[in-house]
Design a protein around this ligand. Structure first.
Ligand code: ADP
Length: 443
């Protein structure tokens, strides 16, 4: 099943929050140490260290919880991530209030940190939930300063930082509380406004993408059906032409025989083109390839065998170097053989007579590198970015080789991507080209 993008995004952001919290826990501990040891600020250090430890502990719990959900369900359910993020933000607000209480309460400038939580809530949660968190923060902060004002709980004055405690100053307390509440609601309003618009744009892009994929699939299905039909008719035409060619030997004049021959050759080329297009479309349509462990040595041998006759016709030696440690890899043997064969055939095709083609297979830790290098015509620099596009043929290639579909490299690219591999090309015009396939050895 394809992962739900909204869900994955929320999980990603929940993990981001966890990373931020590690930084926060360390900062509280280090900040407390520096402030009390070097700046001489009177802090309730033991309480603050305790809160830092609690923060780390609870962060670890959230981390394990997310991992647990991901392990047991494959994907963390949306309601679970949402709940976890809501709990995280509420707990963060609570912890921040305790931190403030033990470090000066209303006098502590870190009271601004509530704003960060409002922004985070607006990004991650719905507008309603963000306002609820703003209300929760206002209540927590209000309760703290009220209880300190009424001396119900102790006020830990920030001696060394402020000259006198303001927790009992009615105007100051009321004014700060009012500004605090208004700021939080305003921040939520503005951040949610932006976040909602971004989410809408994100959703629109996702929908457009999905529509494009559907249309692309419809196009592939259409091409598949048409090429399939054409292939059938072509096969019939070709067998008729074969019959005509064999039955008219010596019975028609040379001009007629030439026409029959030309029609035969054209049909053969068209059949090849249609077959290649059909194969590419089939590959795009079908979800997956059958994968298994197979011998790369044997596969390379088969590919070289398939390209040998064409290379021989042009007196091009096919040099082959395999690292002795190259063994089995995981994948679809038939497709990999086809990819290597395609590259070798291209190398022979686009290399002038008596040139050189070299195939090297290099063993790396987790992957193998398959390089096919030639001393051929090369690819013009400004066209190199297009050679994997369907039907594209470089301008110099068309001049030296009329026949070509421009589909071979697209097929190779598809095959390699299906194997989670990479294909790279380096080329110098009139000097040669090197294709490098990187394939993972294991599943
Ligand atoms: P085709 O060979 O049928 O034209 P491909 O998809 O196999 O189609 O290759 C696309 C284009 O990439 C070729 O037309 C050619 O311009 C270029 N190309 C591929 N391989 C080589 C090579 N070894 N040397 C030079 N150009 C190449």
């Amino acid at each position: 099943m394809e992962p739900n993008p909204v869900n994955s995004m929320l999980v990603m952001r929940a993990h981001w929050l966890i990373r931020l919290r590690w930084v926060a826990a360390v900062s509280v501990a280090v900040g407390t140490y520096l402030a009390s040891s070097f700046l001489g600020i009177a802090l309730h250090s033991s309480a603050l260290y305790g809160i830092a430890a609690l923060l780390a502990l609870y962060n670890m719990t959230v981390f394990l919880l997310l991992n647990h959900f991901a392990r047991t369900n494959g994907e963390v359910p949306f309601w679970a991530v949402k709940k976890i993020v809501n709990i995280q933000i509420s707990a963060d607000l609570l912890i921040l209030t305790f931190l403030l209480h033990f470090s000066g309460g209303i006098e502590n400038p870190f009271v601004f940190f509530f704003i960060f939580h409002m922004i985070i809530a607006s990004i991650l949660l719905s507008v309603r939930e963000s306002y609820m968190h703003a209300t929760f923060a206002v209540l927590l902060f209000g309760l703290m300063i009220l209880l300190e004002y009424l001396h119900v709980i102790r006020h830990h004055c920030l001696g060394g930082f402020v000259s006198h405690c303001s927790c009992g100053d009615t105007h100051y307390v009321l004014g700060t509380f009012f500004v605090f509440a208004v700021t939080l609601y305003l921040v939520v309003y503005m951040a949610s406004y932006i976040a909602v618009r971004l989410k809408q744009a994100e959703q629109a892009a996702r929908e457009a993408n999905s529509l494009l994929r559907t249309k692309d699939r419809m196009k592939d299905e259409y091409v598949f059906r048409v090429t399939h039909d054409i292939k059938g008719h072509l096969a019939a035409i070709q067998s008729c032409l074969n019959l005509v060619a064999s039955q008219t030997v010596g019975r028609v004049d040379s001009a007629a025989a030439d026409f029959i021959n030309r029609a035969h050759n054209r049909t053969k080329k068209l059949t090849y083109f249609v077959r290649t297009l059909l194969e590419l479309t089939q590959m795009r349509l079908s979800g997956k390839l059958e994968m298994d462990a197979f011998s790369l040595r044997e596969t390379v041998r088969n590919a070289v065998g398939a390209a040998e006759s064409i290379a021989r016709e042009k007196s091009i030696p096919l040099n082959c170097h395999l690292d002795p440690s190259v063994g089995d890899i995981y994948g679809n043997q038939f497709s990999i053989e086809e990819a290597i064969t395609n590259l070798l055939l291209n190398a022979a095709k686009y290399t002038p007579d008596k040139g050189n083609v070299t195939l090297s297979v290099k063993d790396r830790d987790d992957s193998v590198l398959i390089e096919v290098a030639d001393t051929g015509i090369g690819i013009p620099e400004d066209e190199i970015g297009h050679i994997f596009d369907e039907f594209f043929r470089a301008s110099n290639a068309i001049k030296v080789e009329r026949d070509g579909t421009g589909l071979g490299l697209s097929i190779v690219k598809h095959i390699i991507e299906r194997h989670n591999g990479q294909i790279q090309v380096e080329s110098e015009l009139n000097h040669g080209t090197k294709f490098t396939l990187t394939l993972p050895k294991k599943r």
